[in-house]
Write a protein that binds this ligand. Structure first.
Ligand code: NAG
Ligand code: NAG
Ligand code: NAG
Ligand code: NAG
Ligand code: NAG
Ligand code: NAG
Ligand code: NAG
Ligand code: NAG
Length: 669
């Protein structure tokens, strides 16, 4: 009888307490309450300003990439100084659909709630949205910023509850920080020592933070718990880059985030495998890490400096460079917009590494966007190589690099746009080449020579282009030449003049014999290619053109005619009536000096510059160009056809030169 009464009484009590909990839960923050903060700072905009337009454009399509499903969106839009940066983070356990719905609500509300504020932040139950006029990506922004809410219900055994919460938050912090570059979130529960309560928690950082930044941010957030939520069963601390929440009920969806269970210390013997793993993995990780460090130090002390691979030296130098290079990092969506989603009508051409598109930036500036194909075999390192070299090298005869984009596997390089396309487009077309009179062609030869001289001697880095050819010479509105496509250029430290490369990169017909046959790479390689280019510019013929059954292409044809005193046969008929015949013949002479078989005989670009500018200096007699012997020619022809086959489907920058092929990844035999 009494037992039944007690049971009924207990049931009633439990029912009442549930009612109480429900009512207090209703008293706490309504889940959909919007918490905007419009007073972060950094000024205001007007409704007619570019910033306003950029903001609207950016937010209107903020979640349109439906393949981005890890709950973090960060984009920017617009040109300096009106660029808008925005990022959205969903709670780690929400599904992509709910996440987009939440962020869509947020993108509608925030500019409205914080009208005309350049920088604003909004916290929803399930997502956070913020935008700013300065970049936030990878930055632990505004450590003092903090929102905190509590669930007003008091914890039954506050000391034990707080203790369980502390243990939980330490574990969640470490696990969230450890979460990789897509997601940094952890959830779990922790039980009190003896009062049988459980606290559930979730901690999260924006995934663009480093592990250390995330850890710092969460330490900061955790330190806010006593201020807002001392002795309360629940609370939330929200910072710009991280947030945490705890409740006595499981408020998150445990099927999306695998919860971590933290047991009180006295139950150490009953540790389940998960907890053991939680503890043992870091121990093993630390041990392995220490071991690796010692091995590394040991090897480093043992190995002489020269033994460190060349590639490391290069990488280090590159890393040092990008810090100083002033280039814009575009976001993928901006580029997509400017190129009309990489439409065919915007396509300028297709190179060995990918297609080139024309785009127009917000400010009306026209750009050429090179979208590197994912299967191009060009790794992150080559990409950075290109970006950093071009950004660093600035000269009027080099194509200017404006920026790049490296985002979710996409690699894009943004160059200035040159309306007259590439030299081969004009030179090898009978109609278009009529626009290239001798004065123009001479200007192109001299300009390319200046660009190369800059590469070889004047720039702080010594650079070998390695793939100089007509399709890599772009022309500006005044037909000034600008050398492009530095992707394959290699860095040279100041005291090095020659290195054996482990990769052949270049285009047959323009490549010097020592490079094709032995992989030897020196500045004389570019001199050789330049010589081929001079002869092409003067003759209007491609180096692989067939002239007659007795010649093996342009070099052979030029050499034979030159030796027989028939130099004018080499000259493009369009130039024959030019009154600059002497100057043309002198350029042929220089061209033949550049393509001499023996690299040592070829002049440096500095001497080429002197030879081209002086009319009186007497020039040495050229020796035989490379690739005239039947044997060498057949080697060339064999490897050339093989290479063409292996890179089938690749076409060059401009369609006019589709039969020239850039070759990479071809190891010298
Ligand atoms: C305001 O903008 C400037 C430059 O744009 C930036 O350096 C600064 O950190 C920003 N301030 C805040 C509070 O974001
Ligand atoms: C936004 O997306 C819609 C549909 O995907 C598209 O029609 C529109 O052009 C996009 N606008 C911007 C500014 O990207
Ligand atoms: C969308 O995002 C995914 C992954 O984040 C990325 O691979 C894809 O290229 C993006 N698509 C567009 C159209 O931006
Ligand atoms: C977004 O707003 C709509 C309408 O106000 C609402 O039905 C929906 O639940 C909201 N989504 C989220 C995730 O809050
Ligand atoms: C934000 O805007 C929404 C919709 O207009 C409004 O309901 C809400 O009260 C606003 N919140 C604040 C804090 O201004
Ligand atoms: C908004 O953020 C600023 C700076 O972080 C802070 O000083 C201010 O108190 C916050 N405002 C509100 C309403 O929370
Ligand atoms: C988004 O964040 C990633 C790091 O998580 C960063 O690499 C990327 O540049 C950011 N996006 C934009 C548009 O800057
Ligand atoms: C705590 O998390 C563990 C692991 O997911 C789960 O098995 C357990 O049921 C949770 N405890 C409570 C009280 O929800």
């Amino acid at each position: 009888m009494t037992r039944i009464t007690v049971t009924i009484f207990l049931a009633l009590l439990s029912f009442l307490s549930h009612l109480l909990i429900l009512s207090t839960q209703q008293e706490q923050q309504h889940p959909d309450t919007v918490h905007p903060n419009c007073s972060i700072g950094n000024g205001t905009y007007t409704d007619t300003s570019p910033y306003h337009n950029n903001l609207i454009t950016l937010l209107s399509n903020f979640t349109s990439n439906t393949t981005d499903d890890y709950g973090f969106y960060n984009y920017s839009y617009g040109q300096n100084p009106d660029t808008v940066y925005a990022s959205g983070l969903c709670r780690g356990d929400v599904t992509p659909d709910v996440c987009r719905s939440c962020l869509n609500n947020a993108t509608r509300l925030l500019p409205h709630n914080c009208s005309n504020q350049k920088e604003a932040f909004l916290y929803y139950d399930l997502c956070i949205l913020q935008y700013s006029s300065s970049s936030m990506f990878g930055i632990y922004v505004d450590p003092d910023f903090s929102y905190a809410f509590n669930n007003p219900e008091k914890a039954a055994d506050a000391d034990q509850y707080t203790d369980a919460l502390d243990r939980l938050m330490k574990v969640l912090k470490t696990n969230a920080a450890d979460g990789g570059s897509d997601r940094k979130v952890a959830a779990g529960n922790s039980s009190t020592l003896s009062s049988g309560q459980t606290v559930h928690g979730l901690a999260q950082c924006t995934p663009d933070l480093t592990e250390q930044q995330c850890d710092d941010c969460l330490v900061n957030a955790i330190s806010g718990i006593p201020l807002c939520c001392q002795n309360k069963v629940g609370g939330r601390v929200i910072k710009r880059n991280c947030n945490l929440r705890f409740e006595k009920v499981q408020f998150y969806n445990p099927t999306v985030i695998d919860p971590i269970q933290v047991l009180p210390p006295s139950q150490g013997n009953n540790f389940k495998s998960r907890n053991i793993i939680v503890i043992i993995i870091p121990i093993i990780a630390v041990a392995v890490f220490l071991l690796l460090i010692s091995i590394f130090i040991f090897l480093k002390m043992k190995k002489p400096k020269e033994a460190i691979q060349n590639s490391f030296v290069e990488a280090d130098q590159l890393d040092g460079e990008i810090k100083h290079a002033e280039i814009i990092q575009f976001d993928f969506d901006t580029i997509k917009l400017t190129t009309d989603n990489f439409s065919d009508s915007n396509k300028l051409g297709q190179g060995g590494f990918g297609a080139v598109y024309k785009g127009e930036l917000y400010n009306g500036e026209e750009v050429a966007v090179k979208r590197l194909s994912r299967d191009s075999g060009q790794g992150d390192r080559e990409f950075k190589n290109e970006v950093m070299l071009v950004a660093k090298l600035q000269h009027r005869n080099l194509v200017r690099l404006l920026g790049f984009c490296l985002e979710r596997g996409e690699r894009l390089v943004v160059y200035e746009y040159l309306p007259n396309k590439s030299l081969d487009f004009l030179l090898f077309d009978p109609d278009r080449s009529a626009h290239l009179n001798w004065a123009t062609r001479h200007q192109i030869i001299v300009g390319v020579a200046r660009g190369l001289l800059y590469f070889h001697e004047d720039s702080r880095l010594r650079v070998i282009h390695r793939d100089l050819k007509a399709s890599n010479i772009l022309l500006d509105g005044e037909l000034n030449p600008k050398i492009s496509d530095f992707g394959m250029a290699r860095l040279f430290s100041a005291d090095q003049t020659q290195s054996n490369t482990n990769r052949i990169v270049g285009t047959y017909g323009y490549m010097a014999p020592e490079y094709v046959l032995h992989g030897q790479c020196s500045m004389k390689l570019d001199v050789y290619s330049f010589g081929v280019l001079i002869l092409e510019i003067i003759s209007g013929k491609k180096n692989n053109s067939i002239f007659n059954e007795n010649s093996y292409g342009l070099l052979d044809f030029a050499w034979q005619n030159w030796r027989q005193g028939n130099g004018s046969n080499i000259i493009d008929p369009l130039l024959i009536n030019s009154d600059s015949r002497n100057e043309i013949m002198r350029c042929i002479h220089v061209g033949l000096l550049c393509v001499q078989e023996n690299a040592i005989d070829r002049p440096t670009m500095a001497s080429v510059g002197v030879m081209l500018s002086s009319h009186s200096l007497s020039l040495p007699v050229p020796s035989k160009p490379a690739f005239l012997m039947n044997s060498t020619s057949s080697i060339l022809k064999d490897s050339s056809s093989e290479a063409t086959r292996s890179s089938e489907g690749r076409r060059n920058y401009v369609q006019a030169s589709s039969n020239e092929v850039s070759i990479t990844n071809l190891s010298p035999r």
